[in-house]
Design a binder for this molecule. Sequence first.
Ligand code: UD1
Ligand code: UDP
Length: 384
Amino acid sequence: MKRTVMSIFGTRPEANKMCPLVRELESRGEIESIVCVTAQHREMLDQMLAAFDVHPDYDLNIMEKRQTLSTITAKAMTGLEGILQKVRPDIVLVHGDTTTTFASALAAFYNHIAIGHVEAGLRSFDLQSPYPEEANRRLVGALADVHFSPTKNNAANLRRERINAPVFVTGNTAIDALKLTVREDYAFENEALRKLRFDQKKVIAITAHRRENYGAPMENIMSALGRIARAHPEAQLVYPVHLSPYVQETAHRHLDGIENVLLIDPLGVADMHNLMARAFFVMTDSGGLQEEAPALGKPVLVLRRETERPEAVEAGTVRVIGTEEEAIVSEAGILLSGGARYHQMAHAVNPYGDGFACRRIADDLLYYLGERDTPAEDFSAGGA
Ligand code: UD1
Ligand code: UDP
């Protein structure tokens, strides 16, 4: 009999990293793959589902404008209860560190259903930053029955917490997704991107949305971006703005009307990945971009005080520069000058995956469920 695996996710980054895995699970004869989305995000989730041609079996459609962490948690858990009781999957897979991730894991736990945590073991070691993600992933780490860690470093974090459940090192499925999207002959869907002259301007790809940056840090970031644009006419800032009303308001207030700043709606994932692949460098507070850009050989300035992804910092392609205005303006200026710092940072590194994470996770999952005799060989950056 097939084993029922229910993947539950709700936001753009979870979808980006779970959809390639869903496709892999669907290809396995031993598995009945069910997809349930909370739709903590709506438009940004739907963009990802369309890009990967994934059609959810269940959709809780919980998103509200300016939703709070409590409403997301309560609506997701209440909605999941009946579905989990009806389907009774052999295991639920959750991803990463969002509120959907935590609420889904807790709902599975309350219903005595096993939990597999994909992208397990990332830690910033600061409960307040990223907020609330560090708490979410630690809580799911405590609840999960099996962990799929992208890197050896992530697995070591779990072992230090004396987690007894099995931990597999698989690579990050973000890199699997990247392999499907980036092409040299890619034609952008977004019209403004189609018109950009990547050969004539130093394009900076930008995203920013983190909750712990709401308030003064976000004001600093936007103000710094405006100054960078005005001081560097050779630069073209491209910023697809997250749909959060808070982020929209702040970004437009600071950046509207500046000639070399392009503020656009969130991009389809293929456009986003190909934008990064053609950019001069990337500025972001996003987790996913910190994994994707290094694989594309692009320097990244991280607009946060810490990171749970130290691997690319150690490899030299990512710098964590904080959220102070002066520091952001000065670091971007150094990279724009294209000197030694730029060249030190602009080399492709792949500490997060080799494009085969989904295959490993499916093999390890079948091993965990007793359907295979051996697990996959662990992912090791730079080869086994
Ligand atoms: C969430 C995750 C964060 C993740 C981020 C990725 C939590 C607590 N946070 O944060 O870990 O890095 O997603 O983007 O789980 N909105 C729309 N349409 C959309 C998506 C969002 O209108 O498709 C608006 C809504 O008004 C919503 C707001 O954005 O209320 C904020 O969304 P929410 O999921 O609460 O927070 P994010 O900052 O997106
Ligand atoms: N992304 C996208 N369109 C955009 C901005 C980001 O498809 O306009 C992709 C990005 O390439 C990455 C994922 O969304 O794969 C990251 O999502 P986000 O930054 O929202 O969340 P985080 O990674 O910080 O949790």
